[in-house]
Design a protein around this ligand. Structure first.
Ligand SMILES: [Ca+2]
Ligand SMILES: [Ca+2]
Length: 299
């Protein structure tokens, strides 16, 4: 009897301490094979305020400003805090590789993914001034020099900054890779941005999910969608992401905190939580589900 109790306590403790990611995550209690990666910032690096950089291929902690905080969270008790000083442009970034890649990939490194969903929660405090440009992107890393075969940007419209937009770009021309390095703007083709239908609110957590499906070889049936709090808010179809080039497929996601031009107008922070990368629609946390209507009168 004592042994049974001890065993069940250990099991319970083990399951609890393994991870505090969402249950469908690879380290969650009931992993879903469609989920490739999660970080709810519930585990830390060498100190409690260090983000667990070992989860990432590349992690720029903004000289110690991009940290794990318990001041805000939509899932669990912690989130990532991004801190801009006045005039600061770059406030850190992190980057996950997955699938087959010319770079180091530790997540299903033998698989080519042609359709990926990624979701994060973003919060601007109500007194946040302005909007930074960058948020996240998916890309195909095409060689060891970080040439990109395509990029699916999720970032702010530079002239309507409270609106995120999906902004697809291709590094393929005549079925050949023409980019030679990271952000090789001289050789990228811009395929036409679409703004989100809704402005980005402040003072609350917002569920931001995007989907990219590469075109089938030699056709123009690529897709790019943005969902805000679970609703489709931008969509683009008939995208020729990569022609019939197929040396690699979708294999990296970046979260970037970058403010073009003069940088942030003041010292301020935004928060990021509950990042998930999957091959199927992820959706939002239960806490984001709208309450049932209370003003309905039975007829
Ligand atoms: Ca969290
Ligand atoms: Ca900073």
């Amino acid at each position: 009897m004592i042994k049974i109790i001890a065993a069940s306590v250990l099991l319970g403790f083990s399951a609890y301490s393994k991870s505090s990611d969402e249950s469908f995550c690879p380290t969650g209690e009931t992993p879903n094979p469609s989920v490739l990666f999660c970080d709810s910032f519930e585990t830390n690096g060498s100190s409690a305020s260090d983000i667990d950089a070992s989860r990432y291929y590349d992690f720029d902690n903004d000289e110690g400003d991009l940290i794990r905080t318990d001041a805000e969270a939509i899932h669990g008790g912690h989130a990532a805090r991004v801190l801009w000083q006045a005039g600061e442009v770059s406030a850190g970034a992190f980057h996950v590789n997955f699938g087959r890649s010319p770079l180091t990939s530790v997540i299903q490194q033998n698989s080519d993914f042609r359709e990926i969903f990624w979701r994060l929660y973003l919060k601007y405090p109500s007194d946040f001034e302005g909007y930074p440009d960058k948020l996240s992107r998916i890309t195909v890393m095409a060689n060891s020099n970080w040439a990109q075969a395509m990029i699916g940007h999720v970032w702010a419209n530079s002239s309507r900054r409270d609106h995120l937009q999906i902004d697809p770009a291709s590094g393929i021309k005549n079925n050949q890779l023409v980019t030679t390095k990271w952000n090789d703007f001289a050789n990228l083709s811009w395929l036409g941005a679409i703004d989100s239908d809704v402005p980005m609110p402040k003072g609350e957590w917002v569920c931001v999910e995007a989907r990219v499906k590469l075109n089938d070889s030699g056709t123009t049936n690529g897709e790019f969608q943005l969902y805000t709090n679970g609703e489709l808010t931008a969509s683009k179809s008939n995208i020729d992401w990569v022609g019939n080039w197929d040396n690699y497929a979708l294999n990296a996601i970046f979260v970037s905190n970058y403010w073009n031009g003069a940088g942030s107008p003041k010292v301020q922070s935004r928060y990021i939580d509950a990042l998930v990368i999957a091959t199927q629609r992820i959706g939002c946390l239960e806490t984001r589900k709208p309450n049932p209507p209370t003003d309905v009168t039975a007829q």
